[in-house]
Design a protein. Sequence first.
Length: 163
Amino acid sequence: MTIFNKRLSEYLAFCVPFLVLIGAMGVIRLALSLGGLPNGTVKWFSINAVLWIGVLYYAVRVHTSRFGAYKQLVVIYALLNLVEQAVVIVGIVLAIITGTTNIFSTPEYSFGANPWVHLGAHLTIGVAAGTLMPWIIGSIVLAVTRRISPSVRESAVRVGQAG
């Protein structure tokens, strides 16, 4: 499968470290919650914090590694977001099936919505907004990165002059 002239496998290889980190943080968060730790403690294990670090990292790295530009960022952020949404959705579904709340289903983290509404929101709004918002912020960071870092052409000229 090709998206914006890159294979999906290229995108996955490029962003695998944060895909793993986001997934691991989500599993840790869920496990701690199911293990009985209070939400006040579990909240410090933040999937969103890892995701936003990844947003900033890839906004710079996509340019500095010459992987691509704005359109590649949207695919990268969609992948990061899908991993986050998958973990959260599993947590919500687990709460629905077992009748036991966890960090992903408690009212303070679900805006007081019932679990089915919360699940529906993650399947719709979470997937769309969770990709779009990082892409907007990441695009701003990429624009700044492109402005302050030497261009690819300038780097090639400097390398040619050094020899």
